[in-house]
Ligand binder design. Structure first.
Ligand code: NAD
Length: 270
């Protein structure tokens, strides 16, 4: 397991388990326990996933200590727009049964994001969160946050995979040493339709999923693949004993086509 040094000095594990669309009960609890067993030390949830209680229960009953697991949650758009960011964070902490989280993100760039950022800065001072960051913030959005606050975001979590290289958002993030995390790194399962990943994988005795995730890591992007299947969770975690060649990296780079599987942040009007 490798970590990425953030601009605030903290080390963030480069592999996490995503739990979007995982139910608020046994499914999520099992998935987290299997991930920890497989060596993951990072869980990515959000208020809007409606499974923070299960994440909290999983961490309470885990064999790994809470302070060894990187926990990320996110403030949802309606809370940002209503200016109830501190309340939303407190509610998340309650559901997660946690005194603090490692990272809180503003989920999408909606109206009110500057005030939300200032509230998160106060939450850092209060010890409720160790790092604060953004999600789905494009270049202009990042600049607005930098002007509004004094803490530089530690992370920007964006849709990123071989069909969507996000060069502008990544260049803007790199300029401030903001670490990039890929959401939907496995293209929400669509990587299976692209035979090249399996072909490359054969050369390393790795699966197509492992090739896609490794491509992200070698581009200095943190990954949070989602699965609730024990075998796949283990498979997606087994990424640190091989390295794609420059030639294979370039073959995957060539798949870029600006294709999103999720919403376009440019439509959010911030
Ligand atoms: P993903 O790209 O991780 O794909 C997950 C899907 O791929 C699974 O449901 C499964 O069908 C398939 N899959 C997983 N492992 C596989 C394997 N080894 N072999 C074959 N198929 C496999 O999709 P995602 O859930 O959209 O993204 C990952 C995480 O990113 C989410 O769970 C969530 O935590 C986060 N996310 C954040 C945002 C945001 O706005 N910040 C948006 C979407 C997702």
């Amino acid at each position: 397991m490798t970590t990425r040094k953030l601009n605030n000095g903290l080390d963030m594990p480069t592999l996490g388990l995503g739990v979007w669309q995982s139910e608020n009960g046994k499914e999520t609890i099992d998935a987290i326990h299997w991930a920890l067993e497989a060596g993951y030390r990072h869980i990515d949830t959000a208020r809007i996933y409606e499974n923070e209680e299960a994440v909290g229960k999983a961490l309470q009953s885990a064999s790994v200590d809470r302070d060894k697991v990187w926990l990320t949650t996110k403030i949802w758009n309606d809370d940002i727009e209503a200016g109830r960011n501190t309340e939303a964070l407190d509610e998340s902490l309650g559901r997660l049964q946690a005194d603090y989280v490692d990272l809180v993100l503003l989920h999408w760039p909606v109206a009110g994001s500057e005030q939300a950022w200032n509230e998160l800065e106060r939450a850092v001072e209060a010890g409720k969160v160790r790092s604060i960051g953004l999600s789905n913030f494009m270049e202009d959005n990042i600049e607005k946050i930098l002007r509004a606050g004094s803490i530089v975001p530690a992370v920007n979590q964006i849709e990123y995979h071989p069909y969507l290289a996000q060069q502008d958002a990544i260049t803007a993030s790199d300029a401030h040493d903001i670490a990039v995390t890929a959401w939907s790194p496995l293209m929400q399962g669509n990587f299976l339709k692209e035979p090249v990943f399996g072909e490359i994988g054969e050369r390393y005795d790795k699966t197509a999923a492992q090739v896609v995730l490794r491509w992200c890591l070698q581009n200095d992007v943190i990954v949070i693949p989602k699965s609730t299947n024990r075998g796949r969770i283990r498979e997606n975690g087994n990424l640190f004993d091989f390295e794609l060649s420059e030639e294979d990296m370039q073959q995957i780079d060539a798949l870029e086509r600006g294709k999103r599987f999720g919403a376009d942040p440019h439509d959010y009007g911030f």
